[in-house]
Ligand binder design. Structure first.
Ligand code: ZN
Length: 183
């Protein structure tokens, strides 16, 4: 598995791309979530560390296959139109979730589960953004980098990239910039 794989609007995956190390995830939020084995094991370590601060983080979405993404995308285009959909959801083949290395996290707090935009202002989220790199993750679509990633800010979306995560975190760069500038 290439943990540093770059998947975006210019670098799509074929329909047939299926990761070979997928494992079943234990999530309170939803059944049947799968992730790359190493990405999941790393997330568990992050989750355990978070718990020391009483931050309860979990997985809301992991691996999505090509057909699933196609359905999501088509539905959003139908409901909200192309120009809305194109900046908010990946077209089939262009989602990192197809790699099995992307995680949408959620946060349990006050008997509620916070997902997607709801996590933005939480202290847990801030902590995750500043500590996930220690476990091989980056915040894949940061605020202020929309012109580079071609995605709106997604405070909930983490991407496992392995050892280079600290390089990206310390230099405040995206995966696109990492490849561009050859750090
Ligand atoms: Zn995501």
């Amino acid at each position: 598995m290439d943990y540093q794989i770059l998947v975006n609007k210019d670098n799509p995956l074929p329909r047939a791309h299926i990761p070979n190390n997928l494992v079943e995830v234990n999530s309170k939020y939803k059944d049947n979530i799968k992730l790359d084995k190493k990405a999941y094991e790393s997330f568990i370590l992050l989750q355990k560390e978070a718990l020391k601060y009483n931050y309860k983080i979990d997985i809301e979405s992991g691996y999505r296959d090509y057909d699933y993404q196609e359905n999501l995308y088509n539905r959003l285009v139908k409901d909200k139109g192309y120009s809305y959909a194109i900046t908010r959801i990946a077209e089939p083949g262009k989602s990192e979730h197809q790699t099995g290395l992307a995680i949408d996290f959620c946060i349990y707090k006050d008997n509620k589960c916070y997902i997607e935009h709801e996590v933005e202002e939480l202290e847990e989220t801030k902590w995750i953004h500043n500590n996930a790199y220690k476990y091989g993750f980056i915040l894949r679509y940061p605020e202020g980098k929309e012109d580079i990633t071609k995605y709106s800010y997604e405070p909930w979306h983490l991407r496992f990239i392995g050892d280079i995560s600290s390089v990206l975190y310390n230099n405040k760069i995206t995966l696109e910039e990492y490849y561009e500038k050859k750090y």
